[in-house]
Design a protein around this ligand. Sequence first.
Ligand code: ATP
Ligand code: MG
Length: 499
Amino acid sequence: MDLLSAHGLSKRFGGIVALDDASFSARAGEVHALLGENGAGKSTFIQILGGVLRPDAGTITLGGSDYRPVDPDAARARGIVTVFQELSSIPDLTVEGNIWFRREPRTVLRTVAKREIRRRTEALLDRYGFPALHPAQDLRRLSLAERQLVEIAKALAQEPRILVLDEATSSLAARETDWLLQLTRRLAEEGRLVVFISHRMGEVRAVADRLTIFRGGRTVAAHDAAAVSDEQIVTEMIGRRLERLYPERVSSATDRIAVGARDFSSGPRLPGVTFTLHEGEVLGVGGLQGHGQRELFQGLFGVARTQGEMTLWGTPAAIASPRDALVGREGIALVPEDRRGQGLMLSKTVRENLTLSVIRRMSSHGVLSRPREAALVKEMVDFLRIKVSTPEQQADTLSGGNQQKVIFGKMLLTEARVLLLYDPTRGVDVGTKSEIFQMMRDLAARGYAILFYSSDLQELVNVADRVMVLREGRVAATLAGDQVSEDAILRAAMFDEAA
Ligand SMILES: Nc1ncnc2c1ncn2[C@@H]1O[C@H](COP(=O)(O)OP(=O)(O)OP(=O)(O)O)[C@@H](O)[C@H]1O
Ligand SMILES: [Mg+2]
């Protein structure tokens, strides 16, 4: 018997069809993966389930009776709790303040029962074995991954019968991801239903009992996970065969040093790293989450204060702000961790986001003509296959993966030849991932120098020429050639002997 089933769901946004007669059914006690390309309609479906959106047509049945939530509270009352793709946590509150927001236990005098909140938070974190979260921490000080964990805690605090995870692993590193995958299995064994969305096939394989595939807003297939190959899943997702995910590794690194860093430090998490990034090279950055990777990227880009020496194409560089970093072809461009915070102007159009940096670059010697701008934008939209109805579409109406593509396009249009890619494939579908990796190789072959962090170890192993592993903000090892493996990276990340 299905616990949850949906039929004939449709949803349009103006001219865009997000869901088109989609169906879905899942049972209690299973982990059910929902798969599909960027823009396939997954999050739209999840938002309908979670009471955030109402469908234009279609019906949903939950536990044998009709289900039409009018808002998230109504969904919760029926036992459905969602961890949405875009985080909703409140930066001004603490971890525990976020977890119990609007549901704080009260004293008899109706004031917030602070000690009770602390007790419940600790019990919750303990019961599910949460990695490294402290109830009293301010949210604004936490990394994206830590904020993601808070969202998960908040969902679990509501004892869901159905837990929906929309790309909840996308910003987590290996250890936290493993923890979440195990937790997911445990919840299913307790008889709950977990609906699991991820663009990482390895994760889907590790947890899913069954899976449903959306393409272009329609349900194209549903399978028992054990009965279907990765190849078939990918083919059904993207509507064609994917020849290969990772490009052939042809190193194009030269002797010329694009970025040289010596005792480069930025805050307590990055006490000092020394390394070189060469022209034509893809240098991977590995290590456990929180060991200075963010600080390194932010420091190099001038977002965080730094000390130590840095050279750019052989000359000493003093980068105190992103404005210093983005100086034309000699400059540095960043794909940042937090796309909604630093990467995109959400209320602006796709065109405006893409060409902002171009306009900055061109304004010193003339203006960007309309036809020229339109041509550049069209080229990027086509090249990255950004799913928009028109470039005038507002950035916040794009699906998560398509927002990430706009950030990538924006970075390419700066023309900077040192690229800092912080988890550039986060939330990006498998077809586009393969294109991004190929593009990284092509750019490297054209002399670009790329520093590449990924929360997915497999990507580092398969795409980078060398991998520099950080531990406690220092270089624990730099692996090259045959030395590069998931195992070697993890060992260097955790133990001294590998250094
Ligand atoms: N508010 C909105 N206005 C206009 N279009 C929208 C809006 N919300 C979603 N869409 C469009 O609906 C389509 C489906 O988006 P959805 O977010 O459901 O995709 P998704 O499968 O979750 O993709 P991803 O893997 O990138 O997260 C996309 O083309 C998106 O641009
Ligand atoms: Mg989505």
